[in-house]
Write a protein that binds this ligand. Sequence first.
Ligand SMILES: [Zn+2]
Length: 317
Amino acid sequence: MPQNKIQFQPGMPLSELTERFGTEAQCEAALERARWPSGFVCPECGESAHSMFLAEGRKYWQCTHCRAQTTVRSGTLFHASKLPLTKWFQAIYLVTQNKSNISALSLKRHLGVCYRTAWRIKHKLLEAMAERESRRLLTGVVLADDAYLGGVHAGKPGRGSENKVPFMAAVELNDEGHPQHVRFDPITDLKGSTMANWARTALHEAVHLVTDGWASFSAAGAVVAEHGAIIVSPRQSSDLEVFEWVNTFIANLKTAIRGTYHHFDFEKYAARYLAEAQYRVNRRFELRSLVDRLLRTCARTEPCSESWLRLGVVRTS
Ligand SMILES: [Zn+2]
């Protein structure tokens, strides 16, 4: 079973975290490599010629061309954070290497920071994952279905209900019928126009889309190359073998979210929690390298303020 291969793969040992990222200097050097793998590039003008100086213990890069001064953190997700990078690296380790999702409350205890700081760290890391995943387009054969956070899959005609957050779950299959990548996208409703917009955001135009026979899915099918609707009555795609992978991923996602985030406002932060699940599924065979990968993503993610984080909206540009 693929699940076993995933569960038993080696992750990054805790000893490696402390050996590689145990000091502030090691973390700064790692962030520098992640941000500028081929050497410094001025974030203002894109030139590489620069000088360096130290001020108040901080390393500054000064662009020779436009004179802009930059630290390794400025303009990244770590911008304006007073937290040592060692704590950030520990958070990246805990968020990526844990078998299940880790709550802000657990992060608070592991990192020895206050809850509000832990919440900010957690949501900033989720925002980085969400932005990284927002550009993913599924290709080939894609199975898709609607699902709900905060309740069981609703059947026709009472699809959705109050206090449940609807989302689309889509799974890309390879030629052998094995799942490759997934997308989990919050949606506002199940109208045709919403489905069409979802398909434009989530699917490559050459996709062969497979759904059940719910009428709105035809609007999604209209913007891709092919659409196969499997008609069942009453609508029970959760019982159909062809949708097995979609249902497996939906079930795993619900278990992970329910088991970690007991009291969160599903509706408000659904986009980020779904993106976290999507990020982890799409890198499920690469556990060991996830610390380095998420670090690179954070280095390329623009700063986000707490007030922005609390809006619960994911940046997609
Ligand atoms: Zn410059």
